[in-house]
Write a protein that binds this ligand. Structure first.
Ligand code: S3P
Length: 441
């Protein structure tokens, strides 16, 4: 093991008990980011409940505080955002730190391109390696001036005082972050901003803009708005994050004897592709008490152990489960037969190269997996103990904690500190459900 990995937080995990009981995972990361952003730009006071107390979303809140927005925390998972209006942000000389959050940086690029002050966005080591041209190029076409490092990497140096024009843009890759950056810049632009998507992605920005009273037209794969209106403060109830629930959906599906209920999980159809994929694999997951909370569909999910078999993951599902592949890799590696994943090259530019990181880690546990440029071929089988490196990627760390429940020996998972970016308290909740995972000695 390298000295570097040894210095970083690590877990040991191993076979625990069947997952049982009822639990609620933390608030949705995508919705929490957007609630702070739109609340900050609104007229009036926005109360956000169910806010994700993760490092990513706190970093976004801190950026807006630095820009002059008062944000109160009356209790955990609650924020009161005192909106400053569309033109009330105040620039600061120092760089604004987005931490690990691609969503924070890309959406902020759209907001800040429309301000009359300059700003600089920086991030951690992982975010500093993630591609930003996908937002800076179309924003430049709108009139923004954003300088990057070589290769289109952060920091982003955003010039203020530019006059933005609306754009009609077809996204080359399905990305809610890029779509949202353009729509947010479009709030400040002359004329209409129209975004077309090759495959519909999560539409939280569109829904939330409508909830804040901004005129917007949208349907799956399409959004149109014009600049120059106002946002009016509103209450935002953040649903539990499907992507966090996903780890438990897989864990309870693969650990014999499990019967677990996940409460009030956000069921936006652009997020639930993993549910469809797991059901194709033979999973037993029932949606109970479907309802709407804060304008979003939610349901309780009851998941019981069921023997899974391999599948060809339908490519059409990929954008709807883009954050869930690490967990799906574990389901596939422990299922009967072969699973094939295609059309998922975006995984290579997430918090880590998720195809390579998962393949290396699974191989270390004895799995049979072949990487392809845009996916993987995984033969299900038995896993043994070993050592894996998360490469600072929260979802990889949590996925290997699930793998460990079925491994014949103990699994050491390195570089896990970033789990707090999206799922603070994961180990405690996982242990409560029956999993064996905790800090390494
Ligand atoms: C997100 C969009 C997705 C997703 C990320 C959150 C968002 O990224 O992977 O975790 O909140 O808009 P891409 O836009 O890069 O697909």
């Amino acid at each position: 093991m390298s000295a570097l990995i040894e210095e970083q937080a690590a877990w040991t995990a191993g076979s625990g008990s069947p997952l049982r009981g009822s639990l609620r995972v933390p608030g949705d990361k995508s919705v929490s980011h957007r609630a702070v952003m739109l609340g900050a730009l609104a007229e009036g006071v926005t109360r956000v409940t169910g806010f994700l107390e993760g490092e990513d979303t706190r970093a976004t809140a801190r950026v807006f505080e630095r820009l002059g927005v008062r944000i109160e925390t009356p209790s955990a998972s609650e924020r009161i955002v005192h909106g400053v209006g569309m033109h009330g942000l105040r620039g600061v000389a120092e760089a604004l730190d987005c931490g690990n959050a691609g969503t924070g940086m890309r959406l902020l690029a759209g907001v800040l391109a429309g301000q009359d002050f300059d700003s600089v966005l920086i991030g951690d080591a992982s975010l500093s390696k993630r591609p930003m041209r996908r937002v800076t190029e179309p924003l430049a076409a709108m009139g923004a001036q954003i300088d990057t490092e070589d290769g289109g990497l952060p920091p982003l140096r955003i010039r203020g005082g530019r006059s933005l024009q609306g754009i009609e843009y077809t996204l080359p890759v399905a990305s809610a972050q890029v779509k949202s950056a353009l729509l947010l810049a479009g709030l400040y632009a002359y004329g209409d901003t129209v975004v077309h998507e090759p495959h519909p992605t999560r539409d939280y920005t569109e829904r939330m803009l409508a909830a804040f009273g901004w005129p917007i037209e949208f349907s799956p794969g399409y959004a149109r708005l014009s600049g120059g209106h106002v946002l009016r403060a509103t209450g935002i109830a953040v649903p539990a994050d499907f992507s966090s629930a996903a780890f438990f959906l897989v864990a309870a599906s693969v650990v014999p004897g499990s019967d677990l209920r996940l409460e009030a999980v956000g069921m936006n159809p652009r997020r639930t592709g993993l549910l469809a994929a797991l059901r194709l694999m033979g999973a037993d997951i029932v949606e109970e008490n479907p309802r709407a909370e804060g304008g979003e569909p939610v349901a309780d999910l009851r998941v019981r152990y069921a023997p899974l078999h391999g599948i060809d993951v339908p490519e059409a599902l990929v954008p709807d489960m883009i954050d869930e592949f690490p967990a799906l890799f574990i389901a596939a590696a422990t299922a009967k037969g072969r699973t094939t994943i295609r059309g998922a090259a975006e995984l290579r530019v997430k918090e880590s190269d998720r195809i390579a990181t998962m393949a290396t880690g699974l191989r270390a546990l004895g799995a049979n997996i072949v990487e392809t440029p845009d996916g993987a071929i995984i033969e299900g089988g038995a896993l043994h103990g070993g050592e894996v490196d998360s490469h600072g990627d929260h979802r990889i760390a949590m996925s290997f904690a699930i793998a460990a429940q079925l491994a014949s020996g103990e699994v050491r998972i390195g570089d896990v500190a970033n789990v707090a970016t999206s799922f603070p308290g994961f180990e405690a909740l996982a242990a409560k459900a029956g999993m064996r995972v905790g800090p390494a000695e």
